[in-house]
Design a protein around this ligand. Sequence first.
Ligand code: PMV
Length: 326
Amino acid sequence: MRVRASAPGKVILFGEHSVVYRGPAVVLAIDRRVEVSAEPRNDTKICITTPDIGISGYYEGQRYYPVSGGETGSQHLRPILAACRSVMDLLQIESGLDLRVNSDLPMAVGLGSSAALSVAVVAALDAVWDGKLSVERIVELSMPSERIVHGTPSGIDNTIAAFGGGLVYELPRRVERLPDLDEVPLVLGNTGVRRSTGKLVAWVKNFKERNSSVEKVIDAIAYVAEQGRDALLEADMKRVGELMSMNHGLLWALGVSTPDLDRLVSSSLRAGAYGAKLTGAGGGGCMVAVSTKARQAAVSKAIERSGGYPLSVKTSKKGLLVQKEP
Ligand code: PMV
């Protein structure tokens, strides 16, 4: 039996980095997704194909055999293997698997592609072997994979990938699902610069250890995020935008913005966005602007004129989707 599972990417509107230190963060699922198709094999090979990045190969035990993309392809496939193993160990499965990954989410730019992938893999394998994992348990089992990619992730990306919609996430266990929000008019701008979330989180940790003011900046981000949640629930987009721009300033103070991100944020504001900020870990990757529907095209053009790559995305209610094929 073959299973297809897919999970969405996300955009963080408020609270990244602060969420690692137990501040609240507001996150929305977007309509770009990672899809995984999985089918059991009669042998013990775990075969993984990722046509989007041209890497495929198989594992027998811990040993990797490349098919395309060379030996180093294993670096990209190891997190996928970890997601497989967490389900297979739990369900005590010994047989092999064919796994194929397709994605319309750009990687390593703050849109949660690795989390969406690990959540989709866990859910697909659970369905292949008729497990009955809850959504919460799927999130938990996807975390070892995310740790390989990001070091010490807060879990926000995996949680939104599983649930979809919008939520406030706060460690240790607040997952406040936001009621059906009207579609939030977003414009995303990609700097085209890939970066590592793990390195940026480590940078902030180091900065915090050597400068006690950093803790105050992190607290201010948490405060702004809670206000942002309220403004979003009141559908007060002007205020949402104002708070997002404040959040950007605070992320700049944390040292995770870049001249490219600042430029895209400024040009979005000049083009009439209500507010804009970097989204995700920073250091490159994406920014997000909120505007009226009427200004979206102008904001998008301004991002392009400033050297960014506008991405058209919509917020999405859909979380994890699993479909069994006979
Ligand atoms: O992986 P990204 O770029 O979507 O960043 C996630 C948000 C961080 O707060 C920076 C890290 C985390 O795990 O919460």
